[in-house]
Design a protein around this ligand. Sequence first.
Ligand code: ADP
Length: 395
Amino acid sequence: MWTLVVNCGSSSVKFALLRPTSGEVRLSGLAERLGSEAAAVRVDRPGERVTVPLPRGSYPEAFGVLLAELDRLGARRDVGAVGHRVVHGGARFSAPALITPEVLEVIRACVPLAPLHNPANVAGIEAARAAFPDLPHVAVFDTAFHQTMPEVAYRYAVPPAWYHEHGVRRYGFHGISHAFVAGEAARLLGRDLSELHLVTAHLGNGCSVTAIAGGRSVDTSMGLTPLEGLVMGTRSGDVDPGLHDYLAREAGLSLGEITADLNRHSGLLGLSGLTNDMRELEAAAAAGDERARLAVEIFVYRLAKTVAGMAVALGRLDALVFTGGIGENSATVRAATLARLELLGFRPDAAANARAVRGQGGRITLPEGTPALVVNTNEERMIARETQRLVVGDL
Ligand code: ADP
């Protein structure tokens, strides 16, 4: 079955028409700068790339272009279902859900938990349903995979009313990616996922680490929001919760200003004062920029500490998996992380690590130690798979 995968951000829509079983992609694209006059959609047709301007810059206009492209390919009738990535499903969704008016209401009710993401997801779903009224639409949640976390991992040590009345607990994110690469890692290792204890590190602009026992998430580094945990591109990750009060008093910053700084002006960008882009930071560090060197070192140190902590959640570690733009491409970050994790039994294979870039995954440790793997994530394929599973039963 051909499945249309839609990922709506606050000013963008990413889409792909693919077959989940083979991974074959027939059409893909990205609409950007929605809401502005500069909005345009880039369409990757078989063998060519075109850019179509979107003068109104709206979601419906972007879906109009998508429909026209499907008609051009004669593919509209082949689409069996639409799969939507939804960032926050709260504690309500532990699996993908067929989108009904009631499900849409619950996604709306999760808006306070993800004020930047869920409104865009809802707007995207509404526009897609208007464009494809006769197809089943499925929501695949970034949080759902982590709903298997035990209470010991998901509760914060805060007043219980915060949890019971306001849902203050750890939810975790990047679940679609963590689940996908865990399955791929099992295949690479030639083992059954149900018998493996894995730590997966998704390192992109957002970064998180998950402990996976027998295919189920048992702990993860992101929490109530995607701000907790590792150092990221522009996000701080963990800070002292006393920082807000201190900065409000000392620097006269408002809560909103502090939150914006922690989300947008911190992480690799904040530490380096240069960029949130790991590739550029590595180049700057190699050229002698001290702030870039320190930013990468802190990124790696916090990552290694978190991976070691996740081993506690698992009891034993069968493999560490690197994925996301940094995990899949940065031999430097991987080597420095493994060097700090000798206590977990890694024996790095420098040549294999250097080869594992630009889509070349595989094992980057010597046969005698704990395996570390590089696995390319494919969230679109995972969303398509989950969508098909829900619509027509097992693959
Ligand atoms: P997103 O989370 O936005 O999907 P990606 O998963 O594409 O982001 O990851 C983006 C990050 O991957 C950036 O920091 C980028 O610099 C980094 N990256 C991509 N290629 C390389 C590379 N060859 N070396 C180091 N970092 C890389």
